[in-house]
Design a protein around this ligand. Structure first.
Ligand code: GAL
Length: 416
């Protein structure tokens, strides 16, 4: 009898121990499209396999403005999630509020500093401590196309510069198809605008104008040319573009209703989720004039201070899982991005991802690697929001002249 009770006691201890180790992680994100949802489901799977409870705090709205609003109300009420999709300079603002957890114990145990490009690790730290975990590297300056639509319109290949683009767009319009699938939302307007600035002015001008917010660059001739090019694109979009979600624009390209979409490679996640094959059903190329550049957008999760050992353990496991090789591969294969963890085996990734990986390394050496202003990587959220609105107003209102838009963007850049 004694033996049985000892065994029962031992089992009870193990069960209690496991139960104590298991915790709940509530994760705020805005990945609600087909490809995005499939991607984040992989993290849920990994966490549940570790015995934790995954509480999905998904807030729809491309670009993340809606999610940021909901997060603020949760933190103000003293009830933050374990992790939230926060990236770039916004991480510093949240950390300065004293609400983010110090993840150094995990970072040191998992050797994150040796597994990340320094430029990325530095963004994840506040006063030298890790407070966020990077997920991926998205490239924003992509142009997606439907190969069959280009063929139908007699367009030989992917336009390499904006002059070639407008020749192709005229052919597509003549063939009765929509040259550019666009979603008329301010963050999508800004996404297209930043690729135009990069293509017209090159990476140095892009950095001067949209990263350093240099007034001379913002008020000069190159910005004027960029705005003229940007406005010209509007004439190649369809009347139903206003308010359209980005993934519905991607679907227009998939369904052969439109030829091109200017969007980051989360759009590739939609093609992949629909079983489309790169190089056959759809084409990827750098946005016109930007083959020598790479606008990076690193998604990350900021970790919030939590009470209780089980919750903190689950949060530590979440952080380690995100930087682990298993998640870095399966998530990015679905998301359309490339792993942020260095020295990953890219054998399973397609040619678009391999091009992205090659260009990420090459542009880091040439100065062509620049942070995406439209996706929260380059400037303060306040300046980004103000510029985004000025760009979107210009896109939506033909009565706003290029000169007026230039003045508004330069003024918006001074927002603190
Ligand atoms: C970006 C984000 C991507 C994707 C996209 C569309 O800002 O980094 O992961 O979610 O918005 O919502």
């Amino acid at each position: 009898m004694l033996k049985l009770s000892k065994l029962a006691a031992a089992l009870a201890l193990v069960a209690a121990g496991t139960a104590a180790m298991a915790g709940e992680v509530e994760v705020l994100h805005y990945w609600t499209s087909g490809g995005e949802a499939k991607s984040v489901a992989e993290l849920k799977k990994i966490m549940e396999a570790k015995g934790h409870v995954w509480k999905d705090f998904a807030v729809a709205g491309g670009g993340g403005d809606n999610a940021a609003t909901v997060l603020k109300s949760r933190v103000v009420s003293g009830n933050p999630p374990a992790a939230a999709q926060i990236k770039g300079p916004a991480i510093q603002e949240w950390a300065a509020e004293g609400v983010l957890a110090n993840m150094d114990p995990v970072a040191q145990a998992e050797k994150w500093d040796s597994l990340l490009p320094k430029v990325v690790a530095d963004v994840m730290k506040y006063k030298g401590n890790f407070v966020a975990v990077p997920v991926n590297v998205h490239r924003v300056n992509w142009m997606w196309a439907n190969a069959a639509v280009l063929k139908k319109a007699g367009v030989a290949g992917m336009p390499k510069n904006w002059d070639e683009f407008f020749v192709a767009a005229d052919k597509i319009k003549k063939a009765g198809l929509i040259p550019v699938a666009h979603g008329g939302q301010n963050w999508q307007d800004f996404t297209t605008f930043e690729s135009v600035v990069l293509g017209v002015g090159g990476p140095k001008f892009y950095s001067d104008a949209l990263v350093k917010l240099d007034q001379k660059a913002l008020t000069g001739e190159t910005m004027k040319k960029s705005l003229e090019t940007f406005r010209k694109i509007k004439g190649y979009t369809d009347a139903a573009a206003p308010g359209r979600d980005w993934n519905l624009a991607t679907a227009m390209v998939m369904q052969e209703k439109a030829a091109f979409q200017f969007m980051g490679d989360w759009a590739k996640g939609e093609f992949i989720a629909a079983g489309k094959v790169p190089g056959k059903d759809f084409l990827c190329a750098a946005a016109p004039g930007t083959a020598n550049a790479f606008t990076f957008n690193v998604d990350s999760f900021a970790m919030f201070k939590l009470k209780g050992a089980a919750a903190q353990k689950a949060q530590a496991d979440l952080s380690a899982a995100i930087m682990g090789t298993e998640f870095q591969e399966i998530f990015n294969l679905n998301k359309g991005s490339i792993p942020v963890r260095l020295n990953m085996n890219m054998a399973k990734f397609d040619d678009c991802a391999k091009l992205s990986g090659k260009d990420f390394v090459e542009t880091a050496k040439t100065g062509g690697l620049v942070p995406s202003a439209a996706h929260g990587m380059a400037i303060s959220p306040a300046a980004e929001g103000a510029i985004k609105d000025a760009v979107s107003q210009f896109w939506n209102d033909d009565k706003i002249s290029v000169d007026e838009a230039q003045k508004r963007i330069a003024a918006a850049a001074k927002t603190k």
